[in-house]
Design a protein around this ligand. Structure first.
Ligand code: ADP
Ligand code: MG
Length: 732
């Protein structure tokens, strides 16, 4: 009993030391967690290669071969010992009193074993475990060698192969030949947890804990979906009987993950839309109508549709939780303003939170412009607001005289108190943690949470959006305001730099401005900064004063310096802005018509797309110039080609996800996946995700509170810590 929860250290062969390693490296600390640590791929041990056919870049090969020669090397490849088919050929180790050679393994640098299978010869190399393997490596003996081949000095060898006896039925069918390969780390291997040890541990853990494993998915769903039982799945995911059993196990476990992910998200959404109270905002109000009537342009169809969606949320009596996706320049700010005015018309305040000071300022300027005719008071609160300004604003928020407040994180500080907060808008969601969003939601006065609108310009592939924001309703602005000229995107090599500079000069002479962006990737921050500074000097040399002014902005500057330089560019006092990706988010300089991206191959597609969106905001024709380094990978080239072929952010996001895999998206860019997926993949399992979602919806539709006895196993599973997704709308 209780095997599932038993500490991993009590598994035979583990102990406290290895247990600590498993915990720190794999986050595995119980038997139960171990059996849910799945192989990431499989090797078919039933198929063997011939040495003549082995290629250096194969992931793994398996050969049966006879040992021809064994050599122990000392320092600088001096030969200590060598034995061939005819016996020992060289042995320079000392002899003990009985005349026996004493092999000093401590002095041995590596062991080389030459093997042959009749089609060719190959070298097996051991740097570690020499003493142990040496006893087995007797010339004339045959073994099953298994490992990753690599090219070395023009030949192919395998370092540290697995060495096993030749199986009786080698090459013949029957019995299981599939072996799982588990993700490992250097630390695990050094700690003795080799692939073999891992397999042994898994076998022991399954033996002990499998009988306790409970079915998580109700019978009726198992039948409908044709799923195999959990125990069968676990056994076969680790030790597949055959390909077919493996496929069934994978299908079951993937469905499991996606289903419970959807359940945990949808459950909240259901509770919110059916249960929780939201502020009722039945009116539109004068301010909205005034603003709408005085707009210098017509709203696009997409803007109108989205405003309708938001309005119907706000008058529903339930809390709105909506994600608004729209490409840069699609007019999200307008939507934010009109939504705020609906809140205003119903006697509530709104706040608009931006990720950076520059963006907050820009929003403030735009919003003020739109509010001109309405008389609604609006204020800006950021980290650089003075104490006096703060006092004034805090007062205005508390007494309700400020209708719309715009700001940065300063807005969520505890001493900011609203008279009646009715709508919280968060711009560029991916820069904000969920926890920070939650703090905003908590700024409620009477226990009813404000409506929430999250805006993002990062197009998110549909499958990812379904998962990341399963608990949000999604609106999309998929139409740009009319009159936008397409941005011409081209790629050039380093040699074309001269031509690029003359082109920039022509544009500047015509009154335009130019962005030049350098890559900045965290791990190499110092190096990147050097790149940037070098780049800046080159640009200043090519564009000298007094004819040209060049500003520079990067993340290592103080906010003051950053703002000063950025404002100089925004106000047209500088012709060129050299920067890192800090300008990625939202900056609006309509007069800038050229975006130059240096070492463009180092950026992801989504990021390139974001950067390109910084130009093309005015009425002039705009250009995005991707400067690439001389030698770039095929994959990078494909990305750049794609950038040149389309401006559609959703197309690019889908491609980005396909090319990079969602791992990257989930991990680095789109943090916030509530549950870690260990076997399902959002990129590859889109169809299954749809099925899982549909099934979850059907279950909740029929049994909203999951009270039916047949759904008890779902409730039990959702109670587990890993699905403990906080309902942030409820935090106060
Ligand atoms: P986003 O925040 O989605 O990147 P903005 O709201 O900043 O886009 O809008 C970009 C520009 O387009 C702004 O200058 C805005 O005034 C303008 N704009 C917004 N909606 C329209 C429209 N329907 N027609 C014409 N121009 C618009
Ligand atoms: Mg914007």
């Amino acid at each position: 009993m209780g095997e599932l929860a038993t500490d991993i250290q009590f598994l035979p062969g583990v102990g406290p030391k290895r247990a600590a390693l498993l915990k720190s490296e794999l986050e595995v600390s119980t038997f139960g967690e171990l059996i849910h640590f799945y192989p990431f791929r499989y090797i078919d041990r039933g198929s063997y290669q011939k040495i003549a056919e082995v290629e250096a870049d194969a992931a793994y090969v398996q050969i049966i071969a006879k040992i021809l020669k064994v050599t122990l090397y000392g320092p600088s490849s001096s030969i200590f010992y060598q034995a061939g088919l005819g016996g020992v050929e060289k042995n320079s180790f000392p002899v003990d009193s009985k005349g026996q050679q004493v092999i000093k393994f401590n002095a041995v640098k590596r062991m080389s074993v030459i093997v042959s299978d009749g089609t060719g010869e190959m070298e097996m190399v051991f740097f570690k475990g020499v003493k142990w393997n040496f006893t087995k490596m007797v010339p004339g003996q045959s073994f099953l060698f298994f490992g990753k081949p690599q090219a070395f000095n023009g030949r192919v060898n395998i370092v540290h192969p697995d060495v096993d006896p030749v199986p009786q039925d080698a090459g013949r069918q029957g019995g299981s030949t599939l072996t799982g390969v588990y993700n490992s780390t250097e630390k695990l291997k050094n700690g003795g947890i080799t692939a073999k040890v891992m397999t042994k541990m898994m076998s022991a853990a399954l033996n002990a804990a499998l009988p306790e494993v409970q079915e998580t998915i109700p019978d009726y769903i198992m039948k409908q979906m044709g799923l195999v039982p959990m125990r069968y799945a676990l056994k076969n995911i680790h030790f597949p009987q055959d390909m077919n059993a493996l496929a069934k196990a994978q299908h079951r476990l993937k469905f499991e993950e996606l289903f419970f992910l959807q359940m945990s998200l949808l459950k909240q959404k259901y509770i919110r839309s059916h249960g929780s109270r939201g502020i009722m905002m039945p009116k539109v109000g004068d301010a909205f109508n005034k603003c709408y009537g005085s707009l210098p342009f017509d709203l696009t169809g997409a803007q109108k549709r989205v405003i309708k969606e938001i309005r119907s949320d706000m008058m529903s009596g339930h809390q709105m939780n909506r994600l608004l996706q729209g490409d840069v320049g699609s007019g999200k700010t307008m939507v934010a303003v009109l939504s705020s005015l609906i809140a205003y018309g119903n006697g509530y305040q709104s706040c608009i939170m931006a990720p950076t000071e520059v963006l907050a300022q820009q929003h403030f300027a735009n919003v003020k412009k739109y509010l001109g005719s309405t008389g609604v008071e609006c204020a800006l609160l950021t980290g650089s607001s003075t104490a006096a300004e703060r006092r004034e604003i805090h007062k205005g928020l508390e007494d309700g005289s400020i209708g719309i407040i715009i700001g940065t994180h300063a807005l969520i500080e505890d001493n900011v108190i609203f008279a009646k907060l009715g709508l919280a808008i968060v711009d560029e969601q991916h820069r904000f943690g969920v926890e920070q969003r939650a703090k905003l939601w908590a700024k409620t006065t009477d226990g009813v949470p404000p409506h929430v609108l999250v805006m993002t310009a990062t197009p998110i592939p549909r499958t990812l959006a379904m998962t990341l924001y399963g608990d949000l309703d999604v609106s999309v602005i998929d139409e740009l305001p009319p009159g936008r000229k397409p941005i011409e995107t081209i790629q050039i090599g380093q040699r074309k730099r001269g031509g690029l500079y003359s082109f920039m000069k022509k544009e500047i002479a015509a009154g335009r401005q130019v962005f030049i962006v350098y890559p900045l990737i965290f791990e190499r921050e110092k190096l990147d900064l050097q790149n940037l500074e070098q780049g800046y000097e080159d640009v200043v040399k090519a564009f000298p004063l007094p004819d040209y002014k060049v500003a520079i902005v990067h993340g290592q500057q103080t906010n003051e310096v950053k703002n000063f330089n950025m404002s100089a560019f925004a106000a047209g006092r500088a012709h060129i802005l050299v920067s890192t990706t800090v300008i990625e988010v939202g900056v609006d300089v309509p007069n800038a018509s050229v975006m130059v991206i240096e070492s463009a191959q180092r950026f992801g597609l989504s990021q390139l797309h974001q950067l390109r969106g910084r130009v093309g905001r005015g009425s002039e024709k705009s250009y995005c110039i991707l400067v690439k380094d001389d030698k770039i990978s095929k994959e990078s080239q494909k990305r750049l080609d794609l950038m040149c072929s389309t401006e559609n952010g959703f197309v690019l996001a889908e491609e980005d996800m396909k090319m990079r895999g969602p791992g990257d998206l989930e991990g680095t860019q789109q943090s916030g996946l509530p549950v870690t997926l260990s076997i399902a993949s959002l990129a590859r399992d889109g169809l299954l995700l749809n099925e899982a979602k549909a099934m979850a919806e059907r279950v909740l539709e029929a049994d909203p509170l999951l009270q039916a006895p047949e759904n008890a196993s779902i409730v039990a599973e959702l109670r587990k810590a890993k699905y403990n997704i906080k309902d942030y709308s409820k935090i106060s």
